[in-house]
Design a protein around this ligand. Structure first.
Ligand code: C2E
Ligand code: MG
Ligand code: MG
Length: 714
């Protein structure tokens, strides 16, 4: 066989033994066949040669190993392949001694190459590992450096604490915070006694009240129940002052995951704490008197009623000063503030250990937990009211104040805070209505009555929309000739459940809750519409209509426009409408009421003062008001019972009132004329108009139609 053919075959065999390229080498990295063929030819040369130098064969072995990318399995296959190749080449068994030598040298070369290769690889790996290690070391050092910088420079305190609770290290901020000595390295070198360097627990500096919580939290943290714990902790500085801190403790584990130590970040929040305390104090205290405010009273009450307290009964006294508004208006805010301050300090002294709160402008409350009984509260109320009575010195003035007080007391199982306060407030309003300067104990029965009245008042507006109201008309008669000149419109409520209700049962309530405004609007419209019908029907013989106006209506800004709108809508001539205004309504805001009355008078509407004689009845204001007349209150006429009217007290008053009104050019109406004698006497006195059962009770429009038709018919 030719040597070229033999070399090609050897190459094939060699590749077959060693296989194709490994996965790692990829297709491009397979054995280099060209190179192998060259090496096989060299091998062929050596096999055929009679002698060769061992280095020559060793070099060839090394080259074969390199051509095979240093695959170790090539070394095992080499003797068999070389022998086979030699046999094929020589056509007979090659001389064993020479071949053995050749194989030995080839294998030596191959093995050396393998060894050197792995040595190089090892060195390379070692170098790489060293480089990586150095990198890690550098990163660790940088980390450590960063941590140290944070540790020493950070403005918050940091403590490293061992799992046994002893301090491993603290940063300068924390040292400063707690007033601890600087560490040895930072101290001036002055000879001094050796210190005891025994590790100390951080709890040595913790406020005794916080120690237990801190210990519990720390244990939970070290047991891994929590990885991070925030808490507010008070520390004592070495100088004995208190520092408020916010502590965030974090458990640090070692590489194996075992708890190693704890980092506590300790932030000084003393300022924040004081600010918070101040704000909290402000939120719960009145700025002027420094007394607890309503929020604090509410909180105390809620606590007393809560399951956390063992309070069984609670008493509340609500009081306000009588006529405080007047004092405020006449003396000014500054003096009023001084008065409140003086009252507050008296109250505090009088209430002893009980909580006194300022719950509004001139409103105060005293909270009594577990009072021995209502009598005790009444005694306290009596003492407080008496104690407030002696004059208070405000600037250069001596002021006397009285107060109205409401008392409510109940067991915590029977009521709740809001209800108790409402009860005390209701009782206080009763004390006020009764004239002030007194105390009243809350009475649930009275309250129930008022509550139903309240509900009644609340339903007035709806009742207007449901058309539950109607008007009756009572004749107003000219005393001189007995002619029916006008009618007073009087409202009635046909209540779906309570039946027919008179104005006494709802007008005052509606006045108080404002429902009088829509009700009054309806009355005015309805009365004007009816008066217009009579005007159309009876011409000049038709009566004018007299409509009652509540104080609240008069004070309502849009009311004047409303009157003129109603007149325009109904087409009633203004002089056919009379408005009855009480003295009280004028007195609420005399200036603005007078303006309104002037405007009405300019419109041509008749104006009269109702129930004259029951109110202020000042001549001077009567002179100023642009009214056409007045109606003497029925109570004076009722007083005229015997024949000798002129001699009775009421007789004299009525006579004087008629004289005075006429002197001012006012028309006089007498209400509640019930008897012929009263009618006669009033006629003789020159009274202009009479109203009352003697002339006719309030009747329906239908009945009044009949009455108006009668003279025509008769
Ligand atoms: P007032 O304006 O003084 O009305 C006269 C009241 O005296 C009416 O009571 C009338 O029924 C009653 N009366 C009439 N003649 C006699 C009599 O001979 N003897 C006695 N004892 N009483 C007599 P009424 O209708 O119950 O009205 C009471 C008050 O209710 C009225 O007093 C008035 O102030 C108010 N009022 C009535 N209707 C209205 C209204 O529509 N709006 C407003 N704001 N108040 C009204
Ligand atoms: Mg009237
Ligand atoms: Mg009247």
């Amino acid at each position: 066989m030719s040597s070229a053919l033999a070399a090609a075959r050897f190459t094939e065999e060699w590749v077959g033994v060693l296989g194709g390229p490994t996965d790692a080498e990829g297709p491009a990295e397979g054995p280099d066949r060209g190179r192998l063929a060259v090496l096989a030819s060299e091998l062929t040369g050596l096999i055929r040669a009679d002698s060769w130098r061992p280095e020559q064969a060793q070099r060839l072995g090394s080259a074969l190993a390199r051509a095979q990318r240093h695959r170790p399995q090539g070394l095992g296959a080499l003797p068999r392949l070389v022998r086979l190749h030699a046999d094929t080449l020589l056509g007979e068994s090659a001389p064993p001694a020479l071949l053995d030598q050749l194989l030995g040298a080839l294998a030596t070369g191959y093995a050396r190459e393998l060894h050197e290769h792995s040595l190089t690889e090892h060195r390379l790996r070692l170098r790489e590992a060293r480089r990586t290690h150095r990198k890690v070391q550098r990163a660790l050092r940088a980390n450590e450096q960063r941590f140290r910088t944070v540790f020493t420079e950070l403005g918050v305190g940091i403590a490293l604490i061992g799992l046994d609770g002893t301090v491993l290290d603290v940063n300068p901020t924390l040292r400063g915070l707690l007033g601890l000595n600087p560490p040895e390295s930072e101290r001036p070198r002055i000879p001094r006694q050796r210190e005891n360097h025994r590790p100390r627990p951080l709890t040595e500096h913790v406020h005794p009240a916080d120690v237990d919580t801190v210990r519990e939290d720390f244990t939970r943290l070290t047991l891994g129940q929590h990885t991070r714990l925030p808490a507010e902790v008070r520390f004592y500085r070495t100088d004995g002052t208190l520092v408020w801190t916010h502590v965030t403790a974090t458990l640090v584990r070692d590489v194996t995951g075992r708890p190693d130590y704890v980092i506590a970040v300790i932030e000084d929040i003393t300022e924040r704490h004081h600010l918070r305390t101040r704000l909290r104090h402000q939120a719960y205290h009145d700025q002027l008197t420094r007394l607890p405010n309503r929020a604090l009273l509410d909180a105390q009450l809620r606590w007393a009623f809560s399951e956390h307290s063992d309070v069984r009964r609670v008493g509340v006294c609500h009081l306000d000063l009588d006529g405080f508004r007047k004092i405020n208006d006449s003396l000014g805010h500054e003096a009023a503030d001084q008065l409140l301050l003086a009252v507050a300090s008296r109250l505090q002294a009088l209430a002893g250990q009980h909580l006194v709160a300022r719950i509004g402008g001139d409103e105060f409350a005293i909270l009594v937990t577990d009072p021995p009984g209502v009598d005790y509260l009444c005694g306290l109320a009596k003492d407080v009211l008496a104690g407030l009575r002696p004059p208070l010195r405000i600037g250069t003035r001596q002021l006397e104040v009285t107060a109205s007080m409401g008392i409510a007391e109940d067991s915590v199982g029977e009521t709740w805070p809001g209800e108790l306060q409402r009860a005390a407030e209701s009782a206080r309003s009763w004390a006020k209505t009764a004239g002030g300067g007194r105390w009243v104990v809350f009475d649930p029965h009275r309250d129930a009555g008022e509550t139903s009245q309240f509900a009644l008042a609340a339903s007035v507006s709806g009742a207007v929309d449901r058309h539950e109201f109607h008007l009756l008309y009572q004749p107003l008669v000219e005393l001189a000739d007995g002619a029916l000149t006008g009618v007073e419109a009087l409202v009635r409520w046909r209540h779906p459940e309570l039946g027919l209700l008179g104005p006494a049962q709802f007008i005052d309530l509606a006045e108080r809750n404002g429902a009088i405004v829509p009700l009054g609007r309806w009355v005015l419209t309805e009365a004007c519409r009816q008066a217009r019908r009579w005007a159309d029907q009876f011409g000049s013989g038709a009566p004018y209509v007299s409509v009652n106006v509540a104080p609240r209506q008069l004070a309502e800004p849009g009311w004047l426009a409303e009157v003129s709108d109603v007149l325009a809508e109904t087409g009633l001539r203004p002089d056919r409408l009379q408005l009855e205004i009480t003295e009280r309504a004028v007195l609420v805001d005399e200036a603005s009421a007078t303006d309104t009355l002037h405007a009405l008078r300019d419109m041509g509407v008749r104006l009269t003062i109702d129930d004259f004689g029951t109110g202020y009845s000042s001549l001077s204001y009567l002179r100023r008001l642009p009214v056409h007349g007045l109606k003497i209150d029925g109570e004076f006429i009722r007083g005229l019972t015997c024949e000798d009217h002129a001699e009775s007290r009421d007789g004299k008053i009525v006579e004087a009132l008629i004289g005075m009104a006429h002197a001012l050019g006012l028309q006089v109406t007498a209400e509640w004329v019930e008897t012929a004698a009263q009618a006669r006497w009033l006629t003789n006195l020159g009274c202009d108009i009479g109203q009352g059962n003697w002339y006719g009770p309030p009747i329906t429009p239908f009945e009044l139609d009949e009455l108006l038709r009668r003279p025509l018919a008769g």
